[in-house]
Design a protein. Structure first.
Length: 539
């Protein structure tokens, strides 16, 4: 294991570690364009040049391997001059249109020029004109004039998605990124090329010119699109709605986690946030009456919900009430519902996703199970509460045994047996964020918050419990499910404290050893590379 010194700091690394990796371990940031820790090393941009004592010339840090006794300097006058020269070369044909470039504010070419450039340009010739912004896939736009040929996108398609849509064509100064003939950039992970492009060459079709990036807020979250639980950042704009035509969430970006998704997310998860501000969002409580649907205040609706449950238990017994849960609920929401069910003596609980069939799955990130918290349901013991026959609850409704049902999120009408059974159900309460056929049949509707509007945790298929944080204020009167349950429980003389998030987690871990032993939150092993990048961006 060689020991080297970088900018006066000694470090011992494993054999094969490159200089740029050793520097990252020390928290020293070396500028780069072509280098990305998740891709093979190209060593072509020359932006990561460093000075190594006793070496005859400046060396490429991303390619040079650490050696015992090596002394490296990342910031010297020679290094700064070399980086300035690299920038001058890259900008020789790059359009100087930062004010109208959608990448402005998060462009490495722009940032490095302000840090290492600031030179008087010696370029007098006309710049080479290339094809401007045009779509190369359903999500990606390519501007060849802005491309610096770092080849990250090409290597991603060859090494990560393994879809091989992109290549570098032509020679010399005429070289450019292009699709292979007859191809389109439409693989399941195409949006990642936007994330790793260091300049404004590859941009997102849906996000372009919606909002300047410095107006965006960012919140750490977990993708609810499948059982993988990829770590993401929600980028949203609420202070300047005119910037994005009133849309709150503008994009989803991957968040590095070496144990779950590394640097990547799939397109399905990246663009799976449309329902949060969709036109079918439930914003207020509603009740079905003889005169049609009428709005209710939250307190009146919760009081009605508690009264219906209490009346059914009193008149027909505890087995007359059932809860139909969802594997899309958080661990905290599920446990809050279990607490209320136990207090009331309700044992008829199901947690399926009606009409569900295994979806597309690959051997990389995408899971066939499209529910983010099925493992959490199983570990809470809900799996054992299910009957062997998936339609047992519908059958009990038809028989008149089950007279009242509280359904969370799910559209029960997607199953034929439920669709027929709901007609004969005496009372149905729907709790969810978006309307569907079941909410339209419900006698009482309670609007709930989406994952972006609440705090909680999902347990992925690996058994890793991961927190997500609230980014947005819930729309209208909607509330997180655990808060709705807490306020209903108050009508049954249950204290609110056990339903608070942190208390729910404490009680959950105390009762179910799995959650005490499982990992909560991503492990603190994030590379110094990502930490430094984040610090630079926020600065």
């Amino acid at each position: 294991m060689p020991t080297l010194t970088i900018d006066g700091q000694p470090i011992t690394v494993s054999k094969g570690t490159t200089v740029i990796q050793a520097a990252e371990a020390l928290g020293i940031y070396i500028p780069r364009y072509c280098y990305h820790p998740g891709l093979s090393i190209a060593g072509s941009c020359r932006m990561c040049l460093v000075e190594i004592e006793k070496a005859p010339r400046l060396e490429v840090a991303c390619y040079s391997q650490a050696a015992d006794g090596m002394v490296v300097h990342t910031i010297t006058e020679n290094v700064r001059l070399a980086r300035r020269s690299v920038l001058e070369f890259l900008l020789s044909n790059h359009p100087l249109d930062c004010p109208v470039c959608d990448q402005s504010g998060e462009c490495d070419l722009q940032n490095y020029y302000m840090e290492f450039g600031l030179y008087q340009s010696r370029f007098l010739e006309n710049k080479i004109k290339r094809r401007k912004a045009y779509p190369i896939g359903p999500h990606v736009m390519l501007d060849n004039e802005r491309c610096i040929l770092c080849s990250r996108c090409v290597r991603f398609c060859d090494e990560v998605s393994k879809s091989h849509e992109l290549g570098i064509v032509n020679r010399g100064e005429r070289s450019e990124i292009a699709l292979y003939e007859g191809r389109e950039l439409n693989n399941a992970y195409s949006g990642n090329v936007i994330d790793i492009c260091p300049v404004g060459a590859l941009t997102e079709r849906d996000f372009r010119f919606q909002c300047r990036v410095w107006y965006l807020n960012r919140t750490a979250s977990i993708c609810p699109g499948c059982a993988r639980g990829c770590n993401i950042e929600i980028h949203y704009n609420v202070l300047r709605p005119y910037q994005s035509k009133g849309k709150r969430i503008l994009r989803i970006k991957p968040r590095f986690n070496p144990a779950v998704n590394k640097w990547w997310i799939c397109d399905e998860g990246r663009y799976g946030f449309r329902h949060i501000d969709a036109s079918n969002r439930l914003r207020e409580c509603e009740a079905q009456t003889a005169d049609g649907v009428i709005p209710l205040g939250m307190e009146t609706a919760l009081k009605t919900a508690a009264a219906w449950i209490g009346e059914s238990i009193e008149q027909h017994g505890k087995d007359s009430v059932g809860f139909f849960l969802s594997p899309e609920l958080s661990n905290e929401d599920l446990y809050a519902i279990l607490k209320l069910a136990r207090h009331l003596g309700i044992s008829k609980i199901d947690f399926r996703n009606p009409g569900e069939h295994p979806g597309f799955e690959d051997n990389f990130l995408i899971r066939g199970d499209k529910n983010p918290n099925r493992r959490g349901c199983v570990e809470l013991g809900l799996y054992h509460r299910q009957r062997e026959n998936g339609g047992w609850m519908a059958e009990e409704i038809k028989q008149g045994t089950l007279r009242m049902l509280v359904a969370f999120l799910q559209d029960l009408s997607l199953e034929p047996e439920f669709k027929a059974a709901l007609v004969s159900l005496k009372r149905l309460i729907f709790v969810g964020s978006n309307s569907n056929a079941t909410s339209e049949q419900a006698g009482l509707v309670l609007p709930s918050a989406t994952y972006a509007e609440k705090n909680g945790s999902f347990t992925n298929f690996q058994g890793r419990a991961q927190r997500f944080e609230r980014a947005l204020v819930p729309l209208g009167d909607s509330l997180p499910e655990n808060e709705l349950i807490a306020r209903i429980a108050a009508h049954f003389r249950m204290p609110e404290q056990p339903f608070e998030r942190e208390q729910l987690l404490l009680d959950l871990r105390a009762e179910f050893p799995f959650f005490d032993q499982s990992t909560l939150d991503p492990p603190d092993v994030e590379l110094a590379y990502q930490t430094t990048i984040a610090q630079r961006e926020h600065a």
